[in-house]
Design a binder for this molecule. Structure first.
Ligand SMILES: *Cc1c(COP(=O)(O)O)cnc(C)c1O
Length: 402
């Protein structure tokens, strides 16, 4: 491995984001391949026994085992860190592996976690049921209200965990205010940034300590692989995160890392275009449905805050129909172009009914507290011509009686 350009900070520090997205993190072998190599290897061979021993003692650079290091995964991690403006990144097999590791690595029995209550369904299960099994106390709050975070603090509070915009209710939380409150209590502030991507929002610039991703969403953006990532400063990554994950192994496969690495080359283009498309579709839908939430529209109750901390309104729209589940399902069944799918952040526009899919595993009371009604639909806008997406919605709305 040589021709080291994309991992040398003295070089990459001069690069602008679009350049980092294409070249950041790249390391070339002696062959000089232009596109990054896929190292599908679990282990590494050594020239002699002393070389192996020296690497295990940490005295010589070099890789030892792919649970600990892999060249392709490392290229992805370096590129992600550069895009986020973070010291360090680690890739994981899924977004949930990233969330679980980012929380469990720093929580022990007797500690307390405060989380926003509007979280991705599996994150809610993690907070409400899994962490408490290990003696970790958890409190969920209305994440939009900074006072609620302040009131929830206890002497044993170790972590604040939030998601903004939230899934699927598109609630916006004030990252800067909540980070200040968390730091006052000595807590580590972890932000799930899956709905925004580093193109739309950089939580660390607003005071967050750790950013976690489902890279399955916008980072891959083409619905191909499951992946996740955790980003933080070097010290936290080494002392806290790696102390946990080196031995628990939530690693990403080198092949999947390569897929996401290639996706990052077009992240900026894809996310910006999807956000532009989403704004057009949301503006159309606003005239046709009883209620709609899109952070990029003035009708969103937290539009001002969204525009303060986000570079665009994002790619997700939530719509609310008066006819409950029957009308929501009728609209889905009437679609001809947009797919019925619970994935999001794909180049294909996708629509789902959260109450019967992504959030079916949480109780109706929890759903209600997250703003998920039986008539709610979540629409993820992709890269098709927005006029075609609007035409499809137009005819499906008519079939659903709207
Ligand atoms: C999808 C998603 C996750 C979980 O990611 P997976 O890759 O599906 O494991 C976590 N948080 C948010 C906000 C998500 O949208």
């Amino acid at each position: 491995m040589k021709r080291f350009t994309g991992q040398d900070r003295s070089i990459t520090d001069k690069w602008r984001p679009a350049t980092l997205a294409v070249r950041g993190g790249t390391v070339r072998t002696d062959i000089g391949e232009t596109s990054e190599a896929i190292f599908m290897t679990s282990g590494y061979a050594y020239d002699n026994a002393e070389e192996a021993a020296a690497r295990f003692r940490g005295e010589r650079p070099g890789m030892t085992y792919s649970r600990l290091q892999n060249p392709t995964v490392e290229m992805l991690e370096k590129r992600l860190a550069l895009l986020e403006g973070a010291d360090a990144a680690r890739a994981t097999a899924t977004g949930m592996a990233a969330m679980t590791a980012a929380l469990m690595c720093q929580l022990s029995a007797g500690d307390h976690l405060v989380a926003g209550r509007a979280l991705f369904g599996s994150c809610r299960v993690l907070v409400d049921t899994i962490l408490p099994r290990f003696g970790i106390e958890t409190t969920t709050v209305d994440a939009r209200d900074p006072d609620a975070w302040a009131k929830a603090r206890k002497p044993n509070t170790k972590v604040f965990f939030l998601e903004t915009p939230s899934n699927p209710g598109l609630e916006i939380s004030d990252i800067r205010a909540i980070s200040d409150i968390g730091h006052d209590a000595g807590a580590c502030v972890v932000v799930d940034n899956a709905f925004a991507s580093p193109i739309v929002q950089r939580p660390m610039d607003l005071g967050a300590d750790v950013v976690a991703y489902s890279a399955t969403k916008l980072l891959d953006g083409q619905g191909r692989v499951l992946a996740g990532a955790v980003l933080a400063d070097e010290k936290w990554m080494n002392d806290i995160y790696l102390a946990f994950t080196r031995h628990t192994g939530p690693n990403l496969s080198p092949f999947n890392a390569w897929v996401v690495l290639k996706s990052l080359e077009t992240l900026d283009l894809r996310v910006r275009r999807s956000c532009e498309n989403a704004l057009k579709v949301a503006s159309f839908l606003e005239m046709r449905v009883p209620k709609l939430l899109y952070p990029g529209l003035a009708s969103h109750p937290q539009h001002a805050l969204a525009m303060q901390q986000m570079a665009a309104g994002g790619t997700i729209i939530a719509l609310f129909l008066d006819g409950g589940r029957p009308q929501a399902h009728a609209l889905l069944d009437g679609l001809e172009l947009i797919d019925i799918s619970n994935n999001l952040g794909d180049s294909r526009s996708l629509m789902t009914h959260p109450a019967s899919t992504t959030h079916a595993s949480v109780t109706p009371e929890v759903r209600a507290s997250m703003g998920i009604t039986e008539g709610m639909l979540r629409l993820s806008i992709g890269l098709e011509d927005p006029a075609d997406v609007i035409d499809d919605l137009d005819q499906a709305l008519a079939k659903a009686g709207l």
